[in-house]
Design a protein around this ligand. Structure first.
Ligand code: PMT
Length: 396
């Protein structure tokens, strides 16, 4: 239930705005305190008074409202909620969010908030499919990976056309705000990002892993009530709020950090791109350029972290690896599954443009000892959610 939740419902101007009245009723019924913000367009479809009566609070509509600015201005509204639901989110609102517009109260407060945002798009199916709408959504997903996109549904539309673009039913939206805490009591340990293997004080060997896939897995697990610890290699991405982070640099650091946490964890997911080798020697001084045209580096093998976990006396009940391959994806994935003592391995093809390392999307095949599951290309947030849902289905 949503007791103690403060939900801000943002309504923009589409025919689905009439469903928002029911959404507000359901949220109140679930125990949430509700405030409504409407765009000018939304007020052409439904009266603020209706939503005021249903929410039990004044409806905010104006960015430059002298009365509101004295008390609940746009910054106040951005800070107040525990959840923000944009329903319906029209193509126009989505475009304005992507452009960072602050031309009305609703997009302005979204710009000013760091609260969880749930977006239920609703529009004509052709508008939904329009490349510019899809590009706006892709951009927003990359900029705000924690935002949750709810729907749209497909079916008959108010304009008489049939296709994707119907707003998700209010019941489904309320359910998305309060997902069953299927991972409550579970502690997940996730490695993420690259490792960095030093050559000297200024140079290192590393790779292009961004940490996006690991973050997506962590967000999905947190939403389902898990405690999440991430061991992260160097990068620029902050981990999702609520994650306990152990930041490391090298593969040896990562192994140590994993071993320190292993006893308390239930699931281990190795999403990090760990360097297989490190320089045999790390020079204390910056290496100087010599007269030779060629330079050879001697490398030594790093320990295999996930294989260590797979064979550890304190092995967690579930050990899941990733395989990044540029050829023979499933064959190599299966070999790693067995060799490293894993329960599942998530294989992604790094030769495909637009997915896997450092991309916003992914497409994966999850291989187990007796079954496989293909997840077709989607944002890493979605793939992360689907992987966690799949593992829950198989395990709990
Ligand atoms: O971070 P992103 O930009 O979002 O990209 C995500 C990703 C492509 C890095 C991720 O999806 C992924 O595939 N991670 C594993 C990359 C990799 O190093 O794969 P691998 O096939 O070399 O390793 C197989 C498994 O062994 C992995 O679980 C890896 O974490 C683990 N490993 C590898 C070497 C080593 N010394 N120790 C390990 O634990």
């Amino acid at each position: 239930m949503l007791h103690n939740a403060r939900v801000l419902v943002g309504i923009s101007g589409g025919i689905a705005a009439y469903k928002s009245a029911h959404l507000v009723r359901l949220l109140k019924k679930a125990g949430a305190e509700v405030r409504v913000v409407m765009t000018q367009g939304a007020q052409a479809f439904i009266q603020p008074l209706t939503l005021q009566a249903l929410s039990g609070n004044p409806v905010a509509t104006d960015l430059l409202d002298p009365a509101a600015e004295a008390g609940m201005g746009h910054i106040e509204l951005a800070r107040w909620p525990t959840h923000i639901v944009l329903a319906p989110a029209t193509a126009n609102l989505i475009a304005r969010l992507n452009a960072g517009m602050a031309d009305e109260l609703l997009p302005t407060l979204i710009l000013a908030t760091n609260k969880p945002v749930f977006i239920a798009p609703a529009m004509n199916q052709q508008m939904w499919q329009a490349p510019v709408t899809q590009a706006n959504i892709k951009n927003l997903q990359a900029m705000y990976p924690s935002w949750q996109w709810l729907g749209p549904d497909a079916g008959e539309q108010a304009c008489g056309e049939v296709g994707a673009g119907r707003m998700l039913e209010p019941e489904a939206i309320v359910e998305a705000l309060q997902p069953a805490q299927k991972l409550a009591g579970k502690h997940l340990l996730i490695t993420s990002g690259p490792t960095r293997e030093a050559l000297d004080p200024v140079r290192f060997i590393s790779n292009h892993s961004s940490g996006k896939m690991g973050n997506a897995l962590a967000s999905a697990a947190l939403r389902l009530g898990a405690k999440v610890t991430m061991i992260t290699g160097p990068g620029h991405l902050p981990v999702p709020a609520g994650v306990q982070q152990v930041a490391i640099t090298s593969a040896l650091n990562m192994l140590q950090a994993v071993q320190d946490k292993l006893a308390s964890c239930d699931w281990f997911i190795g999403c990090a791109a760990v360097a297989d080798y490190r320089p045999a020697e790390v020079s204390e001084q910056k290496l100087k350029k010599g007269a030779e045209d060629e330079l050879s580096l001697q490398l030594v093998k790093n320990p295999d972290i996930i294989a260590t976990v797979g064979q550890h006396p304190q092995r967690p009940s579930l050990v899941v690896g990733f395989a990044a391959e540029s050829e023979a994806l499933l064959q190599y994935g299966e070999q790693k599954l067995k060799r490293k003592g894993l329960d599942w391995i998530v294989c992604n093809d790094i030769s495909q443009p637009g997915i896997a390392m450092n991309a916003d999307d992914n497409a994966v095949t999850i291989i187990g000892h007796s079954s496989q599951k293909v997840l077709s290309q989607a944002s890493k947030q979605k793939i992360g959610q689907q992987i966690i849902d799949f593992l829950i289905e198989q395990t709990l």
